[in-house]
Design a binder for this molecule. Structure first.
Ligand code: GP9
Ligand code: MN
Length: 417
């Protein structure tokens, strides 16, 4: 009931971090393009595979004067994968453990970022060249208040333009920009890429680098599809420029979840030239996060420990939209108060001093197991935060939040008229 919500609200507000104030002037009022980089993990950024650069365009961006690149950023998804990442971006609330919240709780009331942006004059939409019911998106997007879903029906998939799970990322981006030209501005578009998805199949003509050589076909091909994804982002930036959309937009990009599971630890160990321990595997949950603001000029590599939970507060603050009364577990990444503490959906966590994985407390610097007591206070907080999040979702508690649940009587009044 409402009292459970107050308890969570008290916790969230007690942990509120004051957002930065000097960031958003030039981002305000622009289109917000948020790209989900399918399965992209940070271990390929600024690295080579057998002498081949894996992500040349994204590497350049990490050094770009208009780009903030976060190199200590983690995904916080569970079994809902891409959809969990979308859920986090929209709500700054943890998804569920053991099942996809997009399927289990699409009937809930949410206080989504899309709704908030729409209230502030943005045209909100998602662009994804897949069937609309995949991950129950058609239903969940309505609950999240997303105004339009450009699904597979909005795209023309020509000869040779599909591979693996569907439309290739390059034609997807090309066609998406054409649709963007017709959108009312400012718009907020979330774009979901697809080619860099297990089993990482590509047509020969799209293989821009050779495969890796290890006992894992998955990892071997992953480098090639990551390279292709990188190329598609380059094409997208060019298209935005050519079509006059670039200067008036900000581009936010996040890796949605891992692409290489623990089943490939042996091959991964060969690539990284070390034995992969649970400590390393936790570190491998890092995904790239970029905020690109054309013309900003203050870009740099940001080392704060951060996670997907921080995307909603950061983006809303960039857009100049106040979210201090919202129930968010993350906080603005440009805030001086931002805390170095990232909790994974499965209970693992990372702080500036410790990494907690498989119930072992590791020293973050050495990667060696250390005294479990040192992690204990964080274990308690992580457990609490995940429980609070579950309580909100399972109890559909956001319907009791001011400005949400109290909309219901309005229907009654209408009925009486
Ligand atoms: C499919 C895309 C990929 O629409 O979201 O799904 P994933 O398996 O990564 O969640
Ligand atoms: Mn995905």
């Amino acid at each position: 009931d409402g009292s459970e919500l107050s308890e969570v609200e008290n916790y969230v507000h007690a942990n509120h971090k004051e957002p930065s104030v000097d960031m958003f002037e030039d981002a305000k009022g622009r289109n917000i393009i948020t790209i989900s980089l399918e399965s992209l993990q940070s271990f390929v950024i600024n690295q080579e595979m057998d002498g081949h650069v894996i992500t040349p365009f994204l590497n350049e961006l990490t050094k770009d004067k208009d780009t903030f690149y976060f190199d200590n950023f983690y995904h916080q998804t569970g079994l809902g994968k891409t959809s969990d990442a979308e859920f986090i971006v929209e709500n700054s609330i943890y998804p569920r453990n053991g099942s996809a919240v997009f399927f289990t709780h699409s009937g809930n009331t949410f206080d989504s970022m899309s709704e908030k942006l729409a209230d502030n004059g943005y045209f909100t939409n998602v662009m994804h060249a897949n069937n609309r019911s995949f991950w129950n998106r058609d239903i969940m997007y309505k609950a999240l208040g997303i105004e339009k879903f450009y699904d597979v029906e909005s795209y023309n998939i020509g000869e040779g333009q599909a591979v693996n799970w569907g439309m290739k990322d390059i034609p997807y981006f090309e066609q998406s920009v054409q649709m963007m030209k017709d959108m009312p501005q400012p718009f907020s578009s979330r774009m979901l890429t697809l080619t860099n998805h297990h089993p990482f199949d590509l047509d020969d003509e799209d293989m821009l680098i050779p495969p890796y050589t290890s006992n894992s076909k998955t990892l071997n091909k992953y480098f090639q599809t990551s390279r292709y994804l990188d190329e598609s982002i380059k094409v997208f930036f060019d298209e935005l420029k050519e079509n006059g959309l670039y200067d008036n937009s900000i581009i936010v990009m996040y890796g949605d979840h891992y692409g290489i599971s623990e089943n490939h630890n042996k091959a991964m160990g060969m690539y990284l030239d070390k034995e992969i321990t649970p400590f390393d595997n936790a570190e491998l949950q890092k995904v790239p996060f970029f905020i690109h603001i054309p013309g900003n000029g203050k870009g740099k590599v940001m080392h704060e420990l951060a996670g997907q939970m921080d995307i909603r507060p950061t983006v809303l603050n960039l857009a100049g939209i106040d979210a201090k009364d919202d129930l968010q577990f993350g906080s603005d990444l440009f805030s001086k108060e931002h805390e170095d503490f990232v909790i994974f959906r499965d209970g693992r966590f990372v702080t500036d001093k410790y990494v907690y994985a498989h119930e072992v407390c590791y020293d973050a610097e050495t990667g060696e197991p250390t005294d479990g007591e040192l992690c204990a206070p964080y274990v308690e907080r992580a457990t609490k935060e995940l429980e609070f999040s579950d309580t909100i979702i399972n109890g559909d508690l956001l319907r009791f939040k001011d400005g949400q649940g109290d909309q219901q009587p309005q229907t009654e009044i209408k009925g009486k008229e």
